[in-house]
Design a binder for this molecule. Structure first.
Ligand code: KIV
Length: 271
């Protein structure tokens, strides 16, 4: 199935309808205006302004240092470059895990200052009251379960989650709780394909997978990874559609050579 060109702006209800219609949902991350324009014009359904910006944009080892101001800056840049796709913004670590009122205020600030259409929060029943408050304020919320990078210090690593029955049962009940609290979708990161397919079948809301197999209702990838810019990052689930690291490096080397040799600019390239 190709891009539905009749949709002028993708909304939370259209995302839910895609699941009903059996249309797979395409999601890519974006962090800046130029990339957002390209991806949006290509027809991606959701642009996720992930706090993975902390890794691929800012060079932090984890997503924990990202602040609400950082995320608003990235999201507003993406929103300015986006016409059709839904702009979904991550709320960063520390802004929504505590008091419900603080979570609500962070979500409202994101919506007011960035022009996002929805927010994403990591976690299940522990933050369910906070999610309910945000949903009740009219803000579409996407959940995030499985590997939740904001809890990396508790999880102890970026490996596969929910391999054992206890964790997979908790994941299933968290997913149901998120649906009941009003989430319009859930991201499932790095869990066994069989479990992700079961959750997708059992829930009415779409499940967007990353490293969660083909039984999900949609897929998300970090754009820098799928373009092959993060050369040494090659987890099993990643498909690299370009080798942009090598392309960019090759172009930069050519440019340097031309400048050093006096070959650039030529007569045609000057005033
Ligand atoms: O921050 C992010 O990019 C994400 C995706 C990996 C789902 O949360």
């Amino acid at each position: 199935m190709s891009v539905n060109k009749e949709i002028k702006k993708v909304t939370a209800s259209q995302i839910r309808k895609m699941k009903l219609d059996g249309e797979k949902i395409s999601v890519l991350t974006a962090y800046d205006y130029t990339m957002a324009r390209i991806l949006d014009a290509s027809g991606v359904d959701i642009l996720l302004v992930g706090d993975s910006a902390g890794n691929v944009f800012a060079g932090y080892e984890t997503t924990l240092p990202m602040t609400l101001d950082h995320m608003i800056y990235h999201t507003a840049s993406v929103a300015r470059g986006t016409k059709r796709a839904m702009v979904l913004a991550d709320l960063p670590f520390g802004e929504y895990q505590g008091k419900a009122d603080d979570a609500y205020k962070a979500a409202v600030r994101m919506m007011k200052e960035s022009n996002a259409q929805a927010v994403k929060l990591e976690g299940g029943t522990e933050i369910i009251d906070n999610i309910r408050l945000i949903v009740n304020a009219g803000i579409p919320v996407c959940g995030h379960l499985g590997l939740t990078p904001q809890s990396i210090n508790q999880l102890g690593g970026f490996g596969l989650r929910a391999k054992e029955t206890k964790e997979s049962e908790k994941l299933k009940s968290d997913a149901k709780a998120l649906q009941e609290a009003g989430c319009f979708a859930i991201v499932l990161e790095k869990v066994p394909a069989k479990l992700a397919a079961e959750v997708s079948d059992e829930l009415d809301i779409p499940i967007i997978g990353i490293g969660a197999g083909n039984g999900c209702d949609g897929q998300v990838l970090v754009v820098n990874d799928m373009l092959g810019m993060t050369k040494d990052f090659k987890p099993k689930f990643l498909r690299q559609y370009l080798q942009l690291y090598d392309e960019i490096s090759g172009a930069a080397k050519e440019y340097i050579k031309d400048v050093k040799s006096g070959n650039y600019p030529s007569e045609k390239e000057q005033y």
